[in-house]
Design a protein around this ligand. Structure first.
Ligand SMILES: [Zn+2]
Length: 253
């Protein structure tokens, strides 16, 4: 006896699948369009980080840790260099210049271009070594971009960082107070500069306290100073990483 298999005819099967299939595709398409409208893909912030020089492991803590912190989830597109002569060629391709270098900018054109970068309203983040009075032959840097600087620091050791303006976007998600081991910079404000808005102070057992995180009141540029960052005791700290991301985001606007 022949058994005739029961089977849905091809055209019937096609009809059964076509309409639900089309409806499903429409739903997916609608969801994608709604998502794109509600949440356009964010562009990574273009950052040039400049390190290099004495007394610090720039490759480990800046080229390594800080680049990793900022590159997480495409937050920023970071280029690191320790060749200060390369900076000029990047300035028109970046949103934020993050200076941490402990070596001078020898090229006059590069210095000029950095000042112009600031004048044009771009963003700068100045970290640790770059907040020092480092370059005796470039006083304009400390006067105009830092509005001061450090000429000394306490011996490496523990101190408290305390927020004094918790509402500033640079302090968002940063603990109101945290302790770390670092060099406590004796940061002084130059009264001839544009001035700074202190966001957090640094203090140990001694009576003096110093600006640790601040915004420079530059007439055009958005500049954040972070005095912390000698080694991994800061770079590996969640609070430092949050500060750095906030600073880059705020400077990029
Ligand atoms: Zn240091």
């Amino acid at each position: 006896m022949n058994i005739i298999p029961i089977e849905i005819t091809p055209h019937l099967r096609w009809n059964r699948l076509l309409i639900p299939g089309l409806m499903f595709l429409l739903l997916v398409w609608g969801a994608v369009v709604a998502q794109v409208k509600a949440d356009p893909p964010k562009k990574a912030i273009r950052v040039l980080m400049v390190g290099g020089g004495a007394s610090h492991d720039f490759d480990r803590w800046y080229k390594g840790s800080d680049v990793a912190t900022l590159s997480d989830k495409d937050f920023a597109d970071v280029t690191y260099t320790d060749k200060t002569d390369e900076v000029l060629s990047y300035l028109d391709k970046i949103d934020v210049l993050y200076l941490t270098n402990n070596q001078p900018f020898k090229d006059a054109k590069t210095r000029e271009a950095i000042m112009k970068f600031a004048e044009s309203g771009k963003g700068l983040v100045l970290g640790h070594a770059a907040l020092w009075y480092n370059w005796a032959d470039w006083p304009e840097y400390n006067l105009k971009l830092v509005s001061g600087g450090s000429r000394g620091h306490d011996k490496y050791g523990p101190f408290d960082v305390t927020a004094v303006n918790k509402k500033h976007p640079v302090m968002k998600g940063v603990p109101a107070k945290f302790t770390l081991k670092d060099e406590l910079y004796y940061h002084k404000v130059d009264p001839n500069g544009a001035g700074i808005e202190i966001l957090a102070t640094a203090k140990n057992e001694k009576p003096e306290e110093y600006p640790s995180v601040f915004v420079v009141k530059h007439p055009h540029a958005r500049i954040v100073g972070i005095a912390l960052g000698h080694d991994g005791e800061s770079h590996d700290l969640k609070a430092y990483q949050q500060l750095l991301k906030n600073a880059i985001r705020w400077a990029a606007k």
